[in-house]
Design a protein. Structure first.
Length: 244
């Protein structure tokens, strides 16, 4: 049976999807976002817990009483799409056990998404930038992989919660956020938009890993400064659900 490599597990997460959730952080990410606060998840060969889907889902089932009607399990990373067989099997087993499944991804996977999306209830989609040049500037990679994942998610009609990290000098300001708004209006099934203010909580990890921090000297953002734009994007970019 396939095995997966897990960086860590958060048993009672409250910010990665609806309700109370267990968040499974998979090891490995091919992107290099300049603001990444989890560089310790990058190296797919770094020491990690190796588990089978059955072992992992047995652990997740212990927390099921806490999930209630709205919670569940979120697979995050790193980039969970880089372990597609393991991820698909875990999602399938969670679904079979009646657990709501959420995928927290930057959409930079390997291109085979059918088995994954077949068992995904909700995607937390990390939109790094809305145009290819900006994407390359922030991430150092081509936007093509993201576009392919988004097309697959749209074809599978999976609801989306969009997240976008706002970084001073990189992805902030009226012009940028207006561009983001126009882009998000081309995407269907968005239920929520979360603008995430840049913070510096992961900087110490770079020092520990001996990696230069790309955004040295950039000050954290005041979350209150994004309140207006958060409200606006949730008004102008989300599909109305009945009863909402
Ligand atoms: S996709 Fe996430 S884990 Fe990967 S480099 Fe970007 S912020 Fe870090």
């Amino acid at each position: 049976m396939t095995t997966g490599r897990i960086h860590s597990l958060e048993s009672m997460g409250l910010v990665d999807g609806p309700g109370i959730r267990t968040v499974v952080f998979l090891q490995g990410c091919a992107l290099r976002c300049r603001y990444c606060h989890n560089p310790d998840t990058w190296d797919p060969g770094a020491p990690a817990q190796t588990v089978t889907p059955a072992e992992l889902v047995d652990r997740l089932l212990r927390y099921k009483p806490y999930y209630g009607a709205t919670g569940g399990v979120t697979f995050s990373g790193g980039e969970p799409l880089l372990q597609p067989e393991f991820l698909a099997e875990c999602l399938k087993r969670c679904r079979a056990a009646g657990i709501h499944t959420c995928l927290d991804t930057a959409g930079a996977g390997l291109g085979e998404y059918g088995a994954i999306l077949a068992h995904t209830d909700l995607i937390l989609l990390d939109v790094k930038h809305y145009d290819p040049e900006g994407y390359r500037n922030v991430i150092g990679a081509d936007i093509g992989a993201f576009d392919r994942f988004l097309a697959a998610a749209q074809a599978a009609e999976i609801p989306l919660w969009v997240r976008h990290v706002v970084v001073p000098g990189l992805t902030d300001g009226e012009e940028h956020l207006e561009g983001l708004e126009r882009y998000l209006q081309t995407i269907r099934r968005i239920q929520r938009v979360e603008l995430l203010p840049y913070h510096t909580l992961g900087v110490h990890k770079y020092a520990a890993l001996g990696i230069p921090y790309p955004l040295e000297g950039v000050e954290p953002m005041d979350p209150a400064s994004l309140k207006g734009w958060n409200l606006r994007l949730n008004e102008t970019c989300c599909e109305r659900r009945s009863g909402v």
